[in-house]
Design a protein around this ligand. Structure first.
Ligand code: HEM
Length: 386
């Protein structure tokens, strides 16, 4: 079998596309790797991602180790790490909480929040697309979703950034105590919201939990806080950074050639913010003449699906008018992302306010230098307005 490893070349984080080329040229499929098998290419990711035998990836033996006890407690009930009937039941409860109606009801609030942050950014001497706009907006969206006072958004964003730093490919050991403390604080906050009944989201999830559930609704929400804030910051930034670089966008939207929603989804496809996630086989999976044994780790390289020329003609081009085909930036199947609707809504509202407000045109200045993280996030993103 061919081999595909996480590239050690720092250039990978800036632009992973060339690193997938050989794998895609040979049709994608399964590759050996130090951590199990790597899955690359649209067909392989689409088919295996939807296979119910490819389940969540449990935390390693001994969890994250005694030095990360609070971070583990925060993520303990992450759906991505759960399997079988327990996962299905808890996932259903979370799906019920994150209903289409609840998410859509946030649109007006998030548009207002985006306007407010945009207005403040226009006044700043050195505005930064991430620090001034996207990161606070994602934190406010999490607050709006969970019923937390938006005044706490800054502290939540800082806590998540601290925890996220420890889950990157290059954690700073001296920041570990602060990250554990941040994780402890976040989990406590969720428990308080559940106890005082002030979060309709948590109350709704709690009402849908299976009888005698070992996980509480507070723990389930705590476990996706990182997705809801950090992954969303990464995703909305990638979308805006891509759309800002499309001078034709404004005109083509005005001509009705496509909708803003289609442009946002095309930007998600093209930038594929989440580089990889891990799954594990819960049973043997026969696949194209091979058998993947039970208990095998599969590393799902989602961007390689979205850059696969067999699935998307001219895959490196921004073309919102494409034959309808589902992109895999949010994964797929029984472990597919539950925040797709919220992240898409937030990206649309952020793009509307930033790019279609009839005011000064945003121009990215300086380099975008992506950090070595599971989801693509630049350390800074300076912007000016012309
Ligand atoms: C642009 C932002 C986001 C991106 C790119 C993203 C991407 C992903 C990806 C690739 C997966 C793995 C899917 C799979 O294995 O098939 C995932 C899982 C997940 N995401 Fe997101 N996500 C984003 C935002 C969010 C938000 C806002 C939430 C919650 C409000 C969320 C909640 C989750 C959960 C709970 C899972 C695990 C589902 C399971 O294992 O059953 N995500 N996400």
């Amino acid at each position: 079998m061919r081999t595909f490893e996480l590239p050690s070349d720092p250039a990978f984080w800036q632009d992973p596309a060339p690193f997938f080329q050989d794998a895609l040229a040979s049709g994608g499929g399964l590759f050996t790797s130090a951590s199990g098998l790597a899955v690359l290419g649209y067909d392989a990711l689409f088919e295996l991602g939807r296979d119910p035998r490819l389940d969540g990836h449990p935390f390693p033996e001994g969890d994250f180790g005694p030095d990360k006890a609070d971070i583990h407690a925060l993520l303990r009930w992450g759906l991505f790490a759960l399997t079988g009937p327990q996962h299905r039941a808890l996932r259903q409860a979370v799906i019920g909480g994150l209903s289409t109606r609840r998410v859509e009801a946030l649109r007006a609030t998030l548009r207002l929040q985006a306007r407010e942050l945009h207005g403040a950014m226009l006044e700043q001497a050195r505005p930064d697309l991430i620090a001034s706009f996207v990161a606070p907006l994602a934190a406010r969206a999490f607050c709006a979703l969970t019923g937390i006072d938006p005044d706490h958004a800054g502290a939540i964003a800082a806590a998540i950034a601290e925890i996220g730093g420890q889950l990157s490919f290059a954690p700073a050991p001296e920041r570990l105590p602060a990250a554990n403390q941040a994780a402890w604080g976040l989990l406590e906050l969720m428990h308080t919201l559940e106890a005082d009944g002030s979060s309709a989201l948590i109350t709704d999830i709690a009402a849908r939990l299976p009888p005698a559930s070992r996980a509480s609704a507070a723990e389930l929400v705590a476990a996706f806080a990182l997705d809801a804030v950090e992954t969303t910051t990464s995703g909305v930034f990638c979308v805006l950074d891509c759309l800002i670089r499309q001078p034709q966008l404004h005109r083509e939207l005005a001509e009705g050639r496509y909708t803003l929603a289609a442009a946002v989804q095309e930007a998600f496809r093209l930038t594929s913010p989440t580089i990889l996630t891990a799954r594990m086989t819960a049973g043997e999976i026969p696949w194209r003449g091979e058998t993947i044994p039970t208990g095998t780790t599969l590393v799902m390289w989602w961007p390689s699906a979205n850059l696969d020329g067999r699935a998307f003609a001219r895959p490196a081009a921004f073309e919102p008018v494409r034959p309808a085909r589902r992109h895999l930036a949010f994964g797929i199947g029984g472990h597919g992302c539950l925040g797709r609707q919220l992240a898409s809504l937030l990206a649309e509202e952020a793009a509307r306010v930033l790019l279609l407000n009839g005011g000064p045109r945003p121009v990215r200045t300086g380099e975008t230098r992506f950090l070595p993280r599971f989801s693509r996030l630049s350390e800074s993103a300076p912007i000016r307005f012309d």
